[in-house]
Design a protein around this ligand. Sequence first.
Ligand code: MOS
Length: 700
Amino acid sequence: MSVTSITVRAIGAPVDRIDGPEKVKGTATYAFEQPVDRPAYLYPLQATIAAGRITGVDTSAAAAEPGVLAVLTHENAPKLASTDDAELAILQSGEVAFRGQFVGGVVAETPEIARQAASLVRLDYEERAHDVELRSDRDDLYAPERVNGGFETDTARGDVEAALALAAITLDATYTTPMEHNNPMEPHATIAIWTDEGLTLYCATQGVHVLRAFLAPVFGLDPQRVRVISPHVGGGFGSKVYPHADVILAVMAAQLVASRPVKLALTRQQMFSQVGYRTPTIQRIRLGADTGGRLTAVAHDVVEQTAKIKEFAEQTAVGTRTMYAAPNRRTTHRLAALDVPPPTIMRAPGEAPGMFALESAMDEMAIACGLDPIEFRIRNEPDVDPESGLPYSSRYLVACLREGARRFGWEQRDPTPGAWRDRGWLVGTGVAASTYPMFRFPGNAATIRVGPDGRYAVLIGAADIGTGTWTALTQIAADALEVTVEDVELQIGDTALPMASPAGGSSGITCWGSAIVEAARTLRARLESDHGGTVPAEGLEVTGEMPDSPYTEQFSMHAFGAQFAEVRVHADTGEVRVPRLLGVFDAGRIINPKTARSQLHGGMTMGLSMALHEDSVLDPRFGHVANHDFAEYHIATNADVGSIEVHWLDEEDPYFNPMGSKGIGEIGIVGTAAAIANAVHHATGIRVRDLPITLDKLLQ
Ligand code: MOS
């Protein structure tokens, strides 16, 4: 038994992006560019203390500026219907929970007037001592109820301590990753419009329906009175899945200047305190192995941070639960609640930092066992999921490692660290494995309408954040309807369309595609049964929902991959270059090789950026990110990126969805940083366990 799949014609073809011409011509409308009548512009006020309360407000100078329409503070802000989500419940009191928190805003005729007037608002504070330092020796660390994704906080099998005491070879190492910020090219942007019918939002979001579901209760609105429109989004990486306070501020401002649409686009600097970030992590990994290089114990204990006002618990150790066979195992997550903005999801939350630690440790352990790191991983390949005991719906990690080794030229490698020199550069290669779980989120439906002209309108509130949704869903619809892509007209990005889960957890194509396939099946069956196979003159419309899957309980479902890196470290300066990355992925059937390659390539680039550059430096004296712009928060640019080769196995997953696909948005980033760190060790003999790998860590 397996999922009834669809006949594949359009799927697998490198169809050009349907939205490509519009984007190249600049006519694709992003949130801030949507044409609206007489817009007003909002500029936020941000707290200049990390903890305390506002004791005085003087808005007179700002309000007197010509062109200012309203000045918003907690003294005149609309009362919210729900304050359950403390990140969203802004301006309800004078309390300040983190530096940079929104404490008001100025609405004016132009963005320039709003910004200038905002500088004239005077706020007095009573400051409290703040606490923003994450350390693993804090005495107030706590175990959250669950970690993000609904995973268990801790897991345990067998007796790790006993197994470690008995193991022939052991490793005990601590790996750390820094705070990192989601930096999509399009900043978070909103246009809020109140009318008699309710609230309309043009908003840069990874999910129109999720945004509405979070927002409506905050303002006490029937969700039917809220419409969210978001056809094009310039990236998100997780920061646009859950709404942040910017949307709330825009809606409040629009209430104050009734009948005027209010536009708000965050500045790059504001994003560093408003839209979430990846928590820093402190990860202790302990491994035990027998003399044959078989793991007997795996322990992964994580310490990370959250905000005092809102818990977000990154699932850092979950990748470790599924990677390698070992009878004795343990994973734990502990949090420090600090006076900081709430963290959020950022591309492969959990796996991206967690697999840096595990896959670095696996490299260290392979060396300790005297084994090639690929051979060491293959020796510890599990038959079934080592924690749940379930079989895998598909798992081709070993094939990815072997195929990658062949393509990369791994067999020529001399394992001795520091042995390979080229004109002042130390050269090395490294490998790491990747994994990402396959998520299905509930609540997906699609409507398909066919007219007598034989053209199909396919409607679903899905999101395209630059990933290729417009194109891939059109291909899926074409195959499910057994027509060509030219016969399909897709509509997405609007709550007026059927319900869709967000572009998150690499789940989009599975959830939206499954709903479309179901709608297409129903439509074709009804055409056959009720209309003799011919489209009636009045057309036909059906709605289908993503069916429940019996298989999610029966199988462990994950994508896998193998990442290879070649690095050059300058012997005198410690400068690190990455001339070559190569990834081979087990991601199921690839819907569109062109957009998929771009996703995996982008993920690997972000992994390189994580390995060498990204580091949000929180100043403990003030509680803010000191390097809050692109001059000082470094992201890999073209000049930092060498050759990136992306490959995938020609395999499909028979159980996860009718397309046979798995999900590709996140797995590309997983393992890349470890492959680079492992290559740096091979080049230099220096093991860097603390990201990013900057040259100071290599000058010893
Ligand atoms: Mo992804 S971090 O789930 O948008």
